[in-house]
Design a protein around this ligand. Sequence first.
Ligand SMILES: [Zn+2]
Length: 184
Amino acid sequence: MYYSDFQKYGKMLWDHQLIHMTSGNMSIRKGGTLYVTRTGSLLGALGGSDIVSVNAANTLRDKGASSETPVHRAIYLANPEVGSVVHAHPPYATALSWDFTVIKPMDSDSLYIPEVPVLTDCPYGEGSACIAEQFPKLLGDHKVAMIRGHGAFAVGKDLREAAGRISMMENQCRLLFLRRQLEK
Ligand SMILES: [Zn+2]
């Protein structure tokens, strides 16, 4: 029943080069259920069977769901108002994540996203326990945050708001990146 929104915003993430073919994942929370994209699914071409329902409170039905479902679940548990979580691999933001602990955009959209915290102290690993433990607290005051050298997670009331925040942040980071190039 929520398939059309997953399909729509997954395709937008792909069309705007915010993911590569098999990266990224998306979820929404409805009561005690999380609807999450299937592991290995192509967000740019999602089918109806690519959305998996899992328990919001435990891992009992996680089979088939995205490998980063534990991070999604931890974000929901720490932030009761969140209705959707989107994870993507935006290249400009990820490039900047190696050099900053907090990315501070300078363009007009900084009214909406004034800064983007970067999680720096977890080793690489999809859905790692370290990320699930450390990351949710970054998404209290902030609505989008980065994992160094990996990618972004954004939260929102729905998929449109969460995916839109990834898109806005990546555009901010592209501008910041270009400005840094001009300054050299
Ligand atoms: Zn990832």
